[in-house]
Ligand binder design. Structure first.
Ligand code: NOJ
Length: 735
């Protein structure tokens, strides 16, 4: 199934004893090949009437079915009413499913085993519930704009990291039997006016940044892709033949189907002829306007849409269903999205959430080894972010409020919390074991926080920053964040506490970067724990790090700047024509802007030394010219060079390191100064060494030039480091 060996995975398997199965090749697969799936689909197609066909590609209408999207069953071929359900971090509208870590938090673990396991668990829960298509994972937004409301649903602004996370998640999900849906395709980087605005993305930028992770999704045999609300270069995404027919289907060889985002379709024939294959939910939200169904049938009869086009849609949809084995005894959905009920499908999946909650934490500051804590006499725990919201973790529909501790953003990409362990819950449990006295101030009042903190050995201040999908406005943030400041006066709270307590530890739960300049250099702020969006096991993962049962090993999947302006990208009020190759660290590097914390940064309780870089392979310059298949030319995905380095845990405790490989291209290529092209996660005991292995695919050395992927000739620099600005080893590949 897997077209190539994942660089990271392969090296992980070689270089460490994992606590999780890293040999995925032996895991049971519910997948057959596309060719086999298509031959079954072709046989089935022959038995269908035009009415059957239209029913397979048209949703039944908004809220006309138990799932957020439903299609018509066809009894003659044993085809069910397809159940499509959100979302990327868990099953929406079901109580008793797992609330996993958000995508951005999964990315900050840089741990492909955990990411794959998360995908697999997501898929297992979906299958138990009879969900055929789970609406995730997310590669758009990529995270061009740091205030973008839905960035946290995806894996951050680096296309390579996002691409690997997409591939692992999709394979994990589909092997478990559910069809994945890579969304939102494409250029959907903000919530403001998302249904009307246009993204004018140059071809090269499209390929090297925004399309890149979707190519990984296609290569991972993703069953479906969702076209987004916005326009791309003047044409709505779901009506855009340039991005659907040409980019995805022709260039990338995508064999699954393109579904619309909910009500993102604008015309009957335009969408059909552009390559859209399924309309969702099948009507507008007033349940009035229906663009396919009978209208598609008439368009075929009048010749505006070719019969062969409809047959192609149906074949794609059926093939995807066969691909993941849903024709064999797949459960029937029994839940109802519109009346949340209890379905206990979580099993032991909380183990993955606990591991991710822990290993996605990024330690940003740790003066004089303030952390880990060791049986302190007294601590104060401060902030509304330390507790579960008094009204309950699920009090607001689709998590559309920011009360209590933040463990996911808001919108369709959420799940109900089956439970939520808040920081204070877990800290109290630990404190009891240690005989530590705990004082609290669980609101955001600065004065009250300071008085609670005053006499404690340590003050733990929990603060946050939230965002979500634009159909809900929270505290006047209409999806996108108004700015990158902490919410609820968080800066003042931290400052007030730090004023009275010399050992102030700041815990930040956030959807993305925040500006922390007003307190980061305060000497009384001795530690900053970047705790992301951890999901239901939040507090437990936090305590693992605060008390050092595990050394922190997360790394930032984005840059944290000193001012918002440094990112150079903003929410557009109309169309957005400001697209270039320089987003996030690519821009900071190029403009020589000093970030507060750079992409890839994260501290540990131990130290790692890097040595012995070695490079093998002799890549050739020129275009990829291999046979076109799923993912494009086959040679694009072949390994053309391999970089290795020795990583030694030279500190006193066990820990995990994420060595990162950055590639600088020959100057003629006019690329960003360096781009992530590999990473490993090595778990090493104190004193132990491991080998980081970074296979470079042809793709990883290519630039998009005149309509093809080309490896430029000249010198490539390869840099192996502990972050994008902490390069420890360098080498050269001459092409
Ligand atoms: C719109 C969102 O953009 C999409 O992500 C989601 O899957 C659908 N609504 C269905 O809820």
């Amino acid at each position: 199934m897997r077209g190539y060996i994942v660089p990271v995975l392969a090296s992980v398997a070689l270089s460490r004893a994992s606590t999780l199965p890293s040999d995925h090749s032996s895991s049971k697969r519910a997948v057959i090949s596309w060719d086999d799936a298509y031959s079954k689909a072709t046989t089935a197609l022959a038995k269908l009437s035009i009415g059957d066909k239209v029913g397979i590609v048209s949703g039944t209408g908004w809220q006309a079915g138990n799932c957020v999207g439903n299609t018509k069953a066809v009894g003659s071929i044993g085809y069910p009413s397809l159940c499509l359900q959100d979302g990327p971090l868990g099953i929406r509208y079901v109580m008793g499913a797992t609330a996993f870590s958000a995508g951005i938090h999964a990315a900050s673990t840089w741990d492909v085993d955990l990411i794959r396991e998360r995908g697999s668990f997501l898929g297992q829960e979906a299958k138990q519930l009879g969900i055929h298509v789970q609406l995730g994972p997310v590669a758009g937004p990529l995270g061009k704009i740091p205030t973008g409301g839905r960035n946290w649903e995806g894996f951050g602004p680096d296309p390579y990291l996002t691409g690997i996370a997409m591939q692992e998640t999709i394979e994990g999900m589909q092997e478990a039997g559910v069809q994945a849906c890579a969304k939102h395709y494409i250029g959907n980087e903000q919530e403001l006016n998302r249904e009307t605005m246009g993204s004018n993305v140059p071809d090269r930028v499209m390929h090297e940044l925004y399309l890149w992770p979707f190519a990984d999704a296609v290569k991972a045999n993703v069953a479906s892709v969702m076209c987004s609300y916005n326009k791309i270069n003047g044409t709505y995404a779901c009506e855009n033949g340039g991005i659907i027919n040409k980019l995805l289907k022709e260039e990338l060889g995508f064999r699954g189907y393109m579904m619309s985002d909910w009500n993102a379709q604008h015309t009957t024939t335009g969408s059909a002829n552009a390559g859209m294959d399924m309309t969702m939910p099948g009507s507008d939200f007033n349940k009035k306007n229906v663009l396919w169904g009978a209208a598609l049938q008439s368009a075929v009869q009048s010749g505006q849409v070719q019969q062969s086009r409809v047959d192609d849609m149906v074949k794609r949809v059926l093939a995807a269903w066969y691909l993941v084995g849903q024709d064999k005894g797949y459960p029937t959905a029994t839940f109802n999205s519109w009346k949340i009920g209890s379905q206990n499908v979580g099993g032991n999946h909380k183990t993955n959430v606990r591991s991710m909650a822990r290993d996605g934490i990024v330690l940003l500051k740790n003066t004089a080894n303030a952390l880990p804590l060791s049986k302190p006499k007294s601590i104060a725990v401060i902030g509304s972010d330390a507790i579960v919201a008094p009204k309950g973790a699920n009090a607001c529909a689709d998590r559309g409020c920011n009360d209590g501790t933040l463990a996911m953003g808001w919108g369709s990409g959420t799940a109900e919390f089956p439970y939520l362990v808040a920081p204070l819950d877990a800290i109290k449990t630990q404190a009891q074991k240690d005989g530590t006295s705990v004082t609290t101030s669980t609101n955001d009042n600065a004065q009250q926080g300071a008085s609670a903190a005053q006499n404690a050995d340590y003050a733990i201040v929990c603060v946050n920053s939230d965002s979500g999908e634009g159909y809900i406005t929270v505290e006047s943030n209409a999806g996108d964040r108004k700015n990158l400041n902490l919410w609820h006066n968080g800066d003042a709270l931290v400052q007030a506490v730090a004023q009275v307590n010399k050992k102030t530890i700041v815990v930040v739960h956030s959807v993305g970067p925040v500006i922390m300049e007003s307190w980061i250099d305060n000497p009384n702020v001795v530690a900053v724990v970047w705790a992301g969006l951890p999901g239901q096991e939040s507090g437990n993962g936090l305590v693992d790090i605060l008390y050092g049962s595990t050394s922190p090993s997360g790394k930032l999947p984005y840059t944290i700047a000193k001012t918002q302006q440094d990112y150079g990208t903003n929410i557009a009020s109309g169309d957005d024509s400001t697209w270039d190759l320089f987003i996030d660290y690519r821009r900071f590097d190029q403009q020589k802007i000093e970030p507060r914390f750079e992409f890839g940064f994260g501290l540990s309780y131990t130290n790692f030394t890097y040595s012995d870089i070695a490079i093998t392979g002799k890549p050739t310059s020129g275009p990829a010219s291999g046979t076109r298949g799923v993912g494009g030319p086959a040679d694009l995905w072949e390994t053309v060079a391999t970089v290795t380095a020795k990583i030694t845990n030279s500190g006193g405790v066990a820990g995990a390191e994420v060595p990162q490989l950055y590639v600088g291209y020959p100057s003629s290529a006019q690329t960003p100064p360096q781009q992530l092209r590999g990473f490993n996660k090595l778990k090493l005991d104190a004193g132990a060494s491991g080998t980081a292995t970074f296979p470079l695919r042809r793709r990883d050395l290519s630039v998009w030039q005149n309509g093809q992927w080309v490896v430029p000739s000249g010198d490539f620099t390869v840099s192996v480091g502990a972050s994008s600005r902490d390069i420890r080893l360098t080498g050269k590949i001459t092409v």
